[in-house]
Design a protein. Structure first.
Length: 279
């Protein structure tokens, strides 16, 4: 029964769910929040406009031996471009039949890989927009699927203290067993508050995720800067679960190192290390 539950959790985490999983240390630290105005491209494509030109690499340790990596490259000044290569995998998972016994009938692997391209621009001094396209491949035992979707986002700077954002994600199709399936919609809106004197940003997001038992969730995070060092905390809440996360960021000249960890009930704590070089 334990192995079945582990495999089921893998299936849930891969494919569609892998799109909304954190890709970097900062994303897991802030509970994947920041629709209002942040550097989180994974939750709002308009965030492309807020990121300096960088090359980054992340090492991901997820649940039950799931590991992966994430590579980002962002370039451009007035028109911003972004390329991302993301993968997750788990190897040597025990395959068991429906009759309980001590010996597995075999071993199998799970793989997810996605390639994304994003584009963002400033419509005005206050309005940013962005789009992110994604191609993905999933393999579970002998089954395979291919998918394509786009994410749309916008953020509006109301004043130097407050900004708002909106995001529509997973607008696309997945082909599985020669049948096309529409991805469940993920949509959200959020606000970001900048407390400049305290060098702190607070993000609050409301997320709707189609086809979940609890489709509505709340993500809240804060980031406080102390010279080259930043501390990030995050909180995710819905009807069935509450999750806390935290991390830190250290920047020296053009080099930045980030660390993030999530604390989830009855599961391993996912950890992500990220290294960035600012071009």
């Amino acid at each position: 029964m334990i192995y079945f539950l582990i495999i089921f959790s893998f299936i849930f985490s891969f494919g569609v769910q892998s799109f909304s999983l954190p890709h970097s240390a900062l994303e897991i630290s802030n509970s994947n929040s920041g629709i209002g105005n942040s550097n989180n491209i994974n939750i709002n494509a308009a965030g492309i406009n807020n990121i300096k030109n960088t090359v980054s690499f992340s090492s991901i340790s997820w649940y039950q031996g799931v590991k992966g990596s994430n590579i980002d490259f962002k370039w451009g000044e007035k028109k911003h471009h972004y390329i991302n290569l993301y993968n997750l995998s788990a190897k040597d998972i025990e395959l068991r039949d429906l009759v309980p016994n001590d010996n597995p009938v075999g071993l199998f692997d799970i793989h997810h890989i996605s390639l994304s391209y994003g584009f963002g621009t400033h419509i005005s001094d206050k309005l940013n927009v962005g789009v992110k396209t994604n191609f993905s491949y999933n393999q579970l035992y002998v089954d395979e699927s291919y998918g394509y979707h786009i994410n749309l986002g916008a953020s509006y700077l109301y004043n130097k203290f407050l900004s708002f954002g909106i995001s529509l994600q997973q607008l696309g199709l997945e082909k599985y067993n020669n049948t096309n399936h529409t991805y469940p919609l993920l949509a959200g809106t959020g606000a970001s508050i900048n407390l400049n004197k305290l060098k702190t940003q607070i993000n609050t997001d409301i997320i709707f995720q189609e086809e979940l038992d609890s489709p509505l969730s709340l993500n809240v995070s804060s980031r406080s800067r102390f010279s080259a060092f930043s501390i990030i905390t995050g909180y995710h809440f819905n009807e069935h679960k509450q999750e806390f996360s935290c991390g830190f960021s250290f920047k020296y000249r053009k080099i930045e190192f980030d660390y993030g960890i999530g604390f989830h009930n009855n599961l391993d704590s996912p950890i992500i290390f990220s290294f960035k070089y600012h071009i």
